[in-house]
Design a protein around this ligand. Sequence first.
Ligand SMILES: Nc1ncnc2c1ncn2[C@@H]1O[C@H](COP(=O)(O)OP(=O)(O)OP(=O)(O)O)[C@@H](O)[C@H]1O
Ligand SMILES: [Mg+2]
Length: 414
Amino acid sequence: MQRCVLFVGGGLETLPGLELAKAMGLAVAVSDGNPAAPGLALADHPLVASTYDPAATVTAARALAGRRPIDGVLCLAVDVPHTVAAVAEALGLPGIGAQAARLAMDKLAMKARLAARGLPVPFFAPVPDVPALLAIVARRGRDLVLKPVDSRGARGVQRLARLDDLGAAFAEALRHSPTGRVMVEQFLGGPQLSTESLVVEGVAVTPGFSDRNYEYLDRFAPFIIENGGELPTRLPPDTVAAVADLVDRAARALGIGRGVVKGDIVIHQGEPFVIELAARLSGGYFCSHEIPRSTGVDLLGAAIRQCLGEAVPAAELAPRLARGVAQRWLFADPGVVTAVEGLAAARAVPGVFHLELRAGPGDVVAPINCHPARLGVVMAEADTREGAVAAAEAAVATIAVKTRPLGPAGAPHG
Ligand SMILES: Nc1ncnc2c1ncn2[C@@H]1O[C@H](COP(=O)(O)OP(=O)(O)OP(=O)(O)O)[C@@H](O)[C@H]1O
Ligand SMILES: [Mg+2]
């Protein structure tokens, strides 16, 4: 019988994983709490269960496993390692275990563990309430980041140096924490890097290094909104090696002995620091499009095979190319979309291989405060990083998403 892989989560950015798994000859099961999730429509075995509800997902997976075997489970572009670990444990499949998954989803517990193991992380502290926040600011100044302990997509993540009302900032962070917990960190200036690794034979091997673009720190302050990134990294080889080593040590410290780790790393005053390590395949098409096109490494395919119990040789993850790949997101002024122009011309820019717009006429564009609120994405490739960046930026420049402002009550002006 065809082997079957279960993806927990079936959102838009998961689709390339489902397509690849099918192309690998696998049967594909998808679980998602949203019956309209596009991944469910693509699945051989759609399971309606919230990705954030391990018990419901285990129940649905068990029901499927009663009809046909499930051989592996993973998640892509959705940060639910606890649900993946629960299914793996219930069905006796390879997984990272509940303990590592818990650390990977709790930014406070993760930083405490990394710090306890002597790994470089920014100063961090829990913030139980507004008076506690005021006390920390009095002691350490305002160059801090306030964030929910357990959210994702940069929801509620704010730079305190860029805002006035600390009470409102606390409330904004709090409302995004399912467990009602907020924390603060030192803001570390310096180049930001996305990494993606597969842990094989106990070592995190890292083919994916992307320089993240934060040109809009001012435009979207106090929120920290990434505008894509580019490969290969412009960091020197010794820094890249130090980052790869740090990711490996961080994965060990968290007890992640297999599977994928997606790193958010800052090079602060020349030294790499861990912002966080997620135990999932990346969103934003990093694992599915950017890494393979830039390096020739099929990280996504390797991760799928590993979750099925196959051994992946580390040599398979060694980059064979160093092509330029660049990604830029699309933004618009808040309001109601009245027109979209330039998509065909943007698609025709040489090197552009992906263009996706997630809003159209009549849709409301809210002020941007997290990554899922970005309007769309362009990706381009070229022989060099500079060529890819130029192509992606040329494509973005040809696209106009026109909006008209909303009235004070949120209703469109007549
Ligand atoms: N202490 C810090 N110093 C510098 N930059 C930071 C810090 N904390 C967060 N950031 C920036 O903000 C981004 C979002 O923060 P964080 O990763 O904690 O939130 P998240 O909700 O997990 O976001 P995502 O899902 O996009 O990773 C980070 O990837 C990093 O670029
Ligand atoms: Mg993060």
